[in-house]
Design a protein around this ligand. Sequence first.
Ligand code: PEP
Ligand code: MN
Length: 355
Amino acid sequence: MILILKNGVTDDQIDHVIQKVESMGFQTHLSRGTFRTIIGMIGDESLTTEQQLQSIPGVQQVVPVLPPYKLASREAHPESSVIDVSGVKIGGGNLAMIAGPCSVEDRDRMMRIGESVVKSGANLFRGGAYKPRTSPYAFQGLGEAGLKILREVGDTFGVPVVTEITDPRNVELVAEYSDMLQVGARNMQNFVLLTEVGKTDRPVLLKRGMAATIQDLLMSAEYVLSQGNPNVVLCERGIKSFDPSTRNLYDVAAVPAVQGLTHLPIIVDPSHATGRPDLIPPCALAGLAAGADGVHIEVHDCPEEAKSDGAQALLPEQYNEIVQKMAAMAELLGKTISPLPNSTTKNTPPTEALA
Ligand code: PEP
Ligand code: MN
């Protein structure tokens, strides 16, 4: 860390700052300029905090040299991480294609949707069994019954499944049925939940909170990593804005910005980012063009009957069409849509139209 001292700081104050910082266990390096005096601190940053340093008389500003998300940072791990979700790789040129309805619904419907998205090229099936709803009167999800359905779809079509975890008390239960735990936007800063999923070995899909900065997102990832679980995939899903034209504001620039700061993969979710089926396909392509490590899209075979987020669902045939375009873009970018765990073909664009 670097301490910038106040204009007109006295020699006594400088001596005091040096003595204080050295007593904490740091080495110091004093540099006196014509207008400013700065002190470089060398040592283990966990021995103090910015707030503590800021309160030493004579200190104007504390400038951290390393990011506070040490494990998530690129400095700590220059190579891009590749996260393995039960055989499906995400990151380092491997693309996740996550698709499925917002909520897990009845078994037959889930089977139909699962079959069609897998046929189209999805490599992870999604659906929420526990839904974090704004209204306590809205559909809250099928709970464990929904987890069982999700697992059955995954096992039937040989596709790993991802589902949302909303409550730290359910971590073991949800981990038992799913291949990846989704921490949703509303829970991105639920630190108890992050700590609990960090104690598991399940890959975590961590969605950006709707009012979270990129640094907030990376600090939340750090919670999971710091518990020993290195398998975190980030997700840009739109942030709040003043404009009601779209459900959220799709921050596509966050993708390369995040990749510059962390080795963790980041995917995009144009469904929640835009809330509009007409905007999802172009925004999915924009996400890939910006370097995203995958795309998360909600698909429903009868949106008017969907228990949640029907208005933003793509129909299976629309999903099929966009996957073909995404496969073409993947090829252009020299990336691979990760094959399903037992499949031997790579980057296979779906060729058949859906029945
Ligand atoms: C979801 O994936 O259905 C969901 C609730 O997403 P988010 O947390 O991004 O709103
Ligand atoms: Mn949803």
